[in-house]
Design a protein. Structure first.
Length: 293
């Protein structure tokens, strides 16, 4: 499909299926497989392909299927909710080494420490076998392990299989292992507090991590075609009509947004991502937090 440059206003668009065009993030643990897959000529390996992102410093470009450019404000309107930004961030990740040991803030911590409208709860749908490290730990125990240089004592390595799903609630200590490929679905947030980075020399965020970490248990489960979390639901669809707000991830990783008052006929296998119940019960609080109320 050829995408033109003609722009139209939101009001006159009658069919507003939107395509998201990816942006690429090189990482020290990245995988040249992604460079080759997306024909990216960067000298550094790509670690993360942000398939759909409304984060300001790595924002996807968005166009309607008739070629019109889509603004951030228009993108948010597709959800039918009054939100300060588009709520979902979706990535394709492929690794050749361990990622940092890290933790993400929950909604309350993100608001208090960063002034953000929400935190970073995420889920991993594995496209390959691999491994992760998980830590069920409280702040005091984590602080002792850091001081005594024994961070590995609070982590457990877990082997995962292709088609597993792992929900990572904010606050859980974790690290993604090498030779692992996955789709990551999360709240739109780029808040990551690194605790240990394998000597790579990148900035650590110990003080904030100790405020964010929580004793949360999680484990991978088989993805049997559908999974639901408070923040998003993911369903595998072979074909059929998708009605209302949804993000579609096709087998070639092309990504589309169906607005709340639209429908889309799916004719090939894809993932359908919808908003979880949290957004519908909390969007008024989000709006107040954004205003500083």
């Amino acid at each position: 499909m050829t995408f033109g440059e003609k722009k139209r206003s939101w009001k006159v668009r009658k069919k507003m299926i939107i395509r998201a065009f990816p942006v690429f993030s090189p990482r020290p643990w990245g995988d040249f497989y992604l460079n080759e897959l997306f024909k990216v000529g960067a000298e550094e390996p790509i670690g993360e392909v942000w398939l759909l992102s409304d984060v300001s410093h790595l924002r996807s470009s968005f166009r309607s299927l008739d070629g019109g450019e889509i603004t951030s404000k228009e993108l948010v309107k597709t959800t039918g909710l009054k939100l300060p930004r588009f709520p979902l961030l979706i990535k394709l990740i492929s690794t050749t080494d361990w990622l940092s040991v890290q933790v993400h803030p929950d909604d309350d911590v993100a608001r208090s420490l960063e002034g953000e409208p929400w935190g970073k709860n995420e889920g991993w749908l594995f496209l390959s076998d691999g491994e992760v490290s998980l830590g069920t730990v409280e702040s005091e125990e984590l602080e002792r392990s850091i001081q005594e240089n024994r961070i590995e004592s609070v982590l457990q390595t877990v082997h995962v299989h292709k088609h597993d799903f792992l929900y990572l609630p904010a606050g859980v200590l974790h690290a993604l292992g090498p030779n692992t490929r996955l789709i990551e679905i999360q709240q739109t947030s780029d808040l990551t507090y690194r605790i240990y980075d394998w000597g790579r020399g990148r900035e650590l965020h110990i003080d904030k991590a100790l405020k964010a970490v929580k004793k949360v248990e999680t484990h991978p489960v088989p993805f049997n075609g559908r999974v639901e979390t408070p923040y998003f639901a993911v369903e595998e669809l072979q074909y059929g009509e998708v009605k209302g707000f949804a993000v579609l991830i096709m087998e070639d990783f092309s990504t589309y947004i169906v607005p709340t008052d639209e429908s889309f006929q799916v004719k090939e296998k894809c993932l359908v991502v919808r908003l979880g119940k949290w957004w519908y019960s909390n969007f008024e609080a989000i709006e107040e937090a954004e205003k500083g109320g």
